[in-house]
Design a protein around this ligand. Sequence first.
Ligand SMILES: [Ca+2]
Length: 296
Amino acid sequence: MRRYLHLTSALGVTALGVVAMVLALQALALGSALAAPATTDIEAGVLGSSVPITAPLLVEGFEGSWPPDGWLLQQLAPSGLWSPTPDAAMVHSGSIAAIHPWGYGEADSWLVTSLVTPTPSSQLEFWQCERYSDPARHSVYISTGRQDPKYGDFILLGEVSPPPEDKSWEAIPPLSLAAYAGKPVFLAFRYEGTKGDDWAIDDVTVTTGLSAVASTPVLVNATTTFTATIAADRDADFTWNLGDGTTKAGVVVTHTYTAPGAYTAIVTATNASSQVVADTRVVAWAQVFLPLAVRQ
Ligand SMILES: [Ca+2]
């Protein structure tokens, strides 16, 4: 009933008897339906020249120039440096990975990506491998300011625990970039410590996709706004099925539900090379104003 109390407060009334919210039983049963939208990729093929809607925003396997185009290396302590390695045990795919070798000096070494602008569904994913037993601190940082960490614009995005076994490769748990949607950012792999270990990374990816979000609260006989978001260069058209028989077109659409209940709004994004579907579930609440006699 937390939502009931919240809405009552929002309407500026103090007694629960003044305004009653009538909720559909179905809506109560589906109270958890306000969770994050799900995305389903139903088709991906090459039908034209457009970039597929779900094509990653950044992919780096370290097979080309070093550092990769637009990337930056920085040392903020006397020792240590990220470098490319052809050591097969420390490569995940292809023939090269990025590695920070162990050493006896103090290291604070940064490997910074090129600029990338996440979407609400973007995640940072990469593979890692660790060798030798004295792990340094491994972490990922993010900057909405300058690329060079010496200016202090980076903040911690997540600590990275070593894999459970020496020289085993693992995919790190993806790090969400949703909080940075629409903002150009730099991501950085930071190695800190003395002595320490070998830390290799490979196949760095910033994912993207389609997301659907509804404005809140959703009230019967009031306007609700639905917004679809994808990466900037996907050149897509959007169609919506709003769950009550209504269909609309556009990246942003508005709709007024006329009956309380739970609805699933589905958006389909289509461009010349792909089609992707995402949905968001909403609960439409009815407001019933009681007669004056009941209020007293
Ligand atoms: Ca590689």
